[in-house]
Design a protein around this ligand. Structure first.
Ligand code: ADP
Ligand code: ZN
Length: 649
């Protein structure tokens, strides 16, 4: 409710109060209240002239001259002094069986009153109802016209549509997604020279769907298209269309397109298209009418307008698999641009864009920063640059150096450092052995990413320590042996705890979760299990775009297959555990040495780690267990698997 609405409601309340006051004043004007006992006294004294008796009151006129003598001292205090010989009065009617007799005795002319009830009934029942109807009509009018703004002005997307005449973003500001930029160049071209395209009769896309994980720069890219073409940018979030009032979302869509036509040439950008574009009729509760209506309206509008008008619709989603197929048909969002998480080169370029305005120290190597941030999206990288700058500023440095970047990376990767958190010595020891276990297994497996840093400083929630692995290159294809090696690394912490303490702590839960997920994917998606065979069982459209959105639950296989899968996953995990146990029991000394080093310094970097491994192997020969990487089934191509984030505790 906005302030304006408050205002008119206050008017209303004020008017009611005024009416009330007026009424009491008017009524009080020509009658004055008398106590019943005084009335009786005056009656007995023959002063009452005329009386009208109603259900609740007795009114009439009374002669008040010389009445002071008859009445108590203050009885007449409140009465006016004019018209004393026939003063109007009223008194509440008290049950009094003698009243009529007394009136007759005093020879007063009196009459009863036939109550005129219909009027009071009307007032007490109809008037309030009338008031409510008036209020309702008042709001409905506002809602309908939408001109005045206010509470019910929901049909107008006015406040929600974010219009920018000039986004100020250029393609140069968007880094690391060159293919997407190339694809959108055509759209820019069209917006710049619509005449040219119209003459040639080429078909211009009406809608472009930008697909990518959060923070990969979907919004940024759309803005850059508008910026490059020099057209207005209208943005609205899909979730804002869907409101509680049925029909409002559809009205908003209509309004949005009207606004766009006025501003043409322009770009309409709908963020979170999935919020309103979910496939229809999959809801359990008989569907969401409002959302369906809104979606239908969007489809109608998209079909109805002409590309020649110079309006292009861009939409972003990170869940293309749940979109209603109708949205993707020709003439709608028929052009799709996929934004992947950036690779190492892309990450470096993005870092460069964001570090453009920073004063960087001579030691800053953005390529190295890119190397340490595998798997991060553009927004995370922008955040790292910002954190590094803040960190430098907090320490009053004259430029941002590599230490600031390292700190920013650590923060972004594992959450804020929690120096305040106190761990017991026993807990620290457990964490140290756990992380040492991860690190040693990672170093022992040729297919695993090399360890960059091990830390037992508690960070964020849940992570008590971490082993940061750094892939030597971006990987899009992983062989079975490499996946098995990753599995081993994930189990390394757990097994180390078991070897040293004979039992496992809860700290290994996250590792186990990830190991189980990985093993399951190997069986159900990559066809890497002999018992299940070369079949993909978890079929999801998401696989194409985003790895994260695997949809379990919707089994497309039999009960029996489910059992086989479970069995295979268990077997993978158990054999991995055995392998890891063999590796680590041959390196007990090393495990302890590394854990001690961690307890002493809290952080161990790669150089130090290698030194420890070297000195240990000069004392005893470390047996290198054969990895499965050379097994014949290793050449199974896996779909794109982005690098794993650093292994957490
Ligand atoms: P999305 O819409 O995909 O969630 P945004 O476009 O809102 O992501 O990106 C958030 C921020 O991250 C941007 O404002 C920008 O600062 C940064 N960013 C993301 N991707 C890139 C990129 N490719 N190049 C430069 N900056 C990027
Ligand atoms: Zn762990």
């Amino acid at each position: 409710m906005d302030s304006r609405q408050h205002f008119s409601l206050w008017y209303f309340v004020a008017a009611m109060l005024l009416l009330f006051a007026l009424q009491s004043v008017l009524v009080a004007q020509h009658t004055e209240t008398l106590a019943y006992s005084d009335f009786k006294t005056l009656l007995h004294a023959g002063k009452v002239k005329e009386v009208l008796i109603s259900d609740e009151s007795i009114s009439g006129t009374v002669d008040l001259r010389n009445a002071d003598a008859l009445l108590p001292a203050d009885a007449l205090k409140d009465l006016s002094k004019d018209n004393l010989e026939a003063h109007p009065f009223v008194t509440a009617r008290v049950p009094d069986t003698d009243l009529v007799a007394d009136l007759q005795a005093a020879k007063v002319r009196f009459s009863g009153q036939i109550e005129n009830r219909w009027l009071s009934t009307l007032l007490s029942w109809v008037a309030p109802a009338l008031v409510f109807v008036l209020i309702w009509v008042f709001f409905m009018r506002r809602m309908g016209s939408g001109q005045l703004g206010g509470l019910m002005d929901v049909g107008k997307s006015r406040a929600r549509v974010f219009v920018q005449k000039e986004t100020g973003v250029r393609f140069a500001d968007v880094a690391g997604i060159d293919e997407a930029k190339d694809e959108l160049m055509e759209v820019v071209d069209f917006l710049k020279n619509p005449e040219h395209y119209r003459r040639l009769g080429g078909r211009i896309p009406k809608g472009v769907l930008v697909v990518g994980a959060p923070g990969t720069g979907k919004t940024l890219l759309a803005k850059a298209v508008a910026g490059e073409a020099g057209v207005s940018f209208l943005s609205i979030s899909g979730s804002e269309f869907v409101e509680m009032f049925v029909g409002v979302g559809a009205a908003r869509v209509r309004d949005l397109f009207q606004q766009a036509e006025k501003l043409a040439p322009c770009i309409i950008f709908i963020d979170e298209l999935d919020a309103l574009g979910k496939a229809r009729g999959i809801s359990m509760f008989g569907g969401n009418d409002e959302r369906e209506q809104t979606l239908n309206q969007l489809l109608v509008q998209m079909d109805g307008f002409d590309t020649a008008s110079g309006v292009i619709i861009m939409a972003a989603t990170n869940r293309p698999e749940i979109l209603d197929p109708a949205l993707l048909r020709p003439g709608r969002f028929d052009r799709q641009v996929v934004l992947d998480r950036p690779d190492i080169k892309g990450r470096e370029q993005i870092l460069r864009v964001h570090a453009k305005n920073l004063k960087l120290g001579a030691d800053v190597d953005l390529a190295a920063v890119a190397g340490k941030t595998a798997g991060l999206a553009g927004a995370d990288l922008a955040n790292i640059v910002n954190e590094a700058a803040l960190h430098a500023a907090r320490q009053n440095k004259s430029s941002v150096d590599m230490g600031d970047f390292d700190e920013a990376i650590d923060r972004t990767l594992t959450g804020l450092e929690k120096k305040s958190r106190v761990m017991t010595q026993k807990e620290r020891e457990t964490v140290a052995h756990h992380e040492a276990g991860h690190a040693l297994v990672a170093e022992a497996r040729p297919g695993a990413d090399k360890v960059a840093k091990i830390s037992i400083i508690p960070r964020g929630i849940g992570a008590l320590g971490y082993t940061q692995q750094q892939p030597t290159e971006d990987r899009y294809l992983l062989k079975r042996g490499e996946l098995l090696d990753r599995l081993d690394v994930l189990l390394g912490g757990r097994v180390a705890e078991q070897l040293v303490y004979g039992e496992i702590s809860t700290g290994a839960q996250n590792d186990l979760q990830r190991a189980t997920d990985l093993a399951r994917e190997m069986v159900t998606r990559y066809g890497m299990s002999d018992a299940v065979g070369p079949a993909t069982l978890e079929k999801t459209r998401s696989a194409l775009f985003l790895r994260e959105v695997a949809t379990p639950g919707h089994a497309e296989y039999s009960e029996h297959t489910a059992q086989v899968i479970d069995e295979e996953v268990r077997k993978l995990l158990l054999t991995a555990q055995d392998r890891v146990r063999a590796t680590l029991s041959g390196r007990r000394e090393l495990l302890h040495a590394l854990a001690q080093e961690l307890l002493r310094h809290e952080v161990v970097d790669r150089a130090k780690l290698l030194a420890i491994i070297d000195s240990a192997s000069s004392q005893q020969s470390v047996s290198q267990l054969p990895s499965e990487a050379s097994s014949p089934s290793a050449d199974v191509p896996a779909p794109r698997v982005p690098e794993k984030r650093p292994a957490a505790a």
